[in-house]
Design a protein around this ligand. Structure first.
Ligand code: COA
Length: 378
């Protein structure tokens, strides 16, 4: 298998118990006794990038792709994370993206607007760091600004000398003990949650139908299932020759968008992406196959599961492996950017029914969360 697993990796059932709350407290107490000499200056924990949105960032009606935004978010996170992790002595390292929390696309961004992406380190554990990112879209003709997106990403520093070596993360200074405690809670929650996706990662990849075999019946899962194949080149990679998480997310969003457009034949946009865990690295020269299939359709939304498989054509005998998978939610829009009804999904197979029910449960849960959040804000 051409996947990278560090030799020091623990078995899955140990991973999430590697640092208990008591251990975190002890480590932090020791660090504070040491006068926090290794705390990096606060300015290193923030970064802003701005870029004007161009036609190749957007779909044919001018909505900037969710994948473009995800790629910028990841770039900002990688910069602030890598810079921070290199503020102490030891091997030089790159911050590798390991997780993105559920991300909602709050408002559309259009060609000609400037996206201001602000990334800030908000929590550090021994080997990982959380970066929170905000995307403001500015209309530079009027000066109007809107919050387009908020995201939380987790990075792990990998040594440039030996990519299998995970470096310690220098701790940050928190504004208050409460802020630190909230960060610790987010860290514990995601640790538990990702165990479940680790178990799913080796699921067998369904082969997409050949175009000539494409079933003619519209609105079935098979009708819209789509794949793209991409050869990982130098421009997709970090300086240590592994694919940037943002590049992968952009490809995933592209495939999900094709599936959604095939299902409803209208303009579609990304509404949200469920939490994504990047369990395995993809090295330069690999071929990645990104497959998207509809799992659930509500009145006005479509959930698409996207599976990313990697293989190395240069290493015969090495198997294809599942690098990452995630659920994207898309909505269909009319010419005034108002949500349209989505054609119901025709279920043909038993496993499609099972996936549909699971998708329905995720839909109900996320709708309830959004409503609760709205009420909290009012
Ligand atoms: N989300 C958040 N943190 C994660 C994580 C995830 N999905 N996976 C690992 N971590 C954190 C752990 O919490 C731990 O930090 P801690 O000790 O402070 O708690 C640290 O990473 C190391 O965990 P460990 O269990 O020792 O390593 P691992 O076997 O999970 O391997 C990587 C970690 C980074 C080497 C491995 O997950 C990997 O190679 N991922 C792919 C990274 C990448 O290439 N990203 C771009 C993809 S396109």
């Amino acid at each position: 298998m051409h996947c990278f697993r560090p030799s020091s990796s623990k078995p899955a059932d140990e991973v999430d118990r590697s640092e208990t709350a008591a251990m975190v407290e002890k480590r932090q107490a020791i660090q504070s006794q040491q006068g926090r000499g290794d705390v990096s200056p606060q300015q290193d924990s923030k970064y802003e990038l701005s870029r004007i949105m161009r036609p190749d960032d957007a779909n044919i009606v001018g909505n900037v792709h969710g994948g473009t935004i995800l790629k910028m978010i990841e770039e900002a996170g990688c910069i602030v994370g890598t810079r921070h992790c290199n503020t102490q002595n030891g091997d030089r390292c790159m911050a590798a993206l390991v997780r993105v929390e559920k991300t909602e696309f709050l408002l559309p961004v259009f060609i000609g607007e400037v996206a201001h992406v602000t990334a800030e380190i908000t929590y550090t554990s021994k080997h990982s760091l959380e970066v929170q990112v905000k995307v403001m879209a500015e209309n530079i003709l009027t000066g109007a600004k809107k919050l387009a997106n908020k995201a939380a990403l987790w990075y792990v520093p990998c040594s440039l000398k030996n990519v299998e070596k995970i470096m310690d993360v220098p701790p940050i200074k928190y504004a208050s003990a409460e802020q630190e405690e909230m960060g610790r809670q987010r860290y514990e929650v995601q640790k538990l949650e990702r165990l479940e996706t680790k178990a799913r990662i080796d699921e067998v990849v369904p082969l997409p139908p050949n175009p000539e075999d494409q079933p003619k019946e519209q609105h079935t899962v098979a009708f819209s299932q789509s794949s793209l194949i991409h050869l990982v080149g130098p421009s997709d990679c970090t300086i240590d020759n592994y694919v940037h998480g943002g590049v992968t997310m952009k490809l995933m969003d592209e495939v999900a968008g094709i599936v959604a457009a095939r299902h409803c034949s209208t303009n579609i946009v990304t509404a949200s992406v469920d939490a994504i865990n990047f369990h395995r690295k993809i090295i330069k020269g690999c071929v990645v196959t990104v497959t998207g299939r509809l799992t659930f359709v509500s009145n006005k939304s479509m959930e698409i599961e996207v599976l990313v498989d990697a293989s190395s054509p240069m290493e015969a005998g090495k198997e294809k492996y599942r690098a990452v998978s995630a659920f994207f939610t898309f909505i269909s829009l009319d010419k005034d950017n108002k949500p349209l009804l989505v054609p119901p999904l025709k279920i043909v197979r038993e496993e499609e029914q099972r996936r549909f029910e699971e998708g329905n449960a995720r839909y109900i849960q996320s709708k309830a969360k959004r409503l609760a959040e709205k009420e909290r804000q009012q």
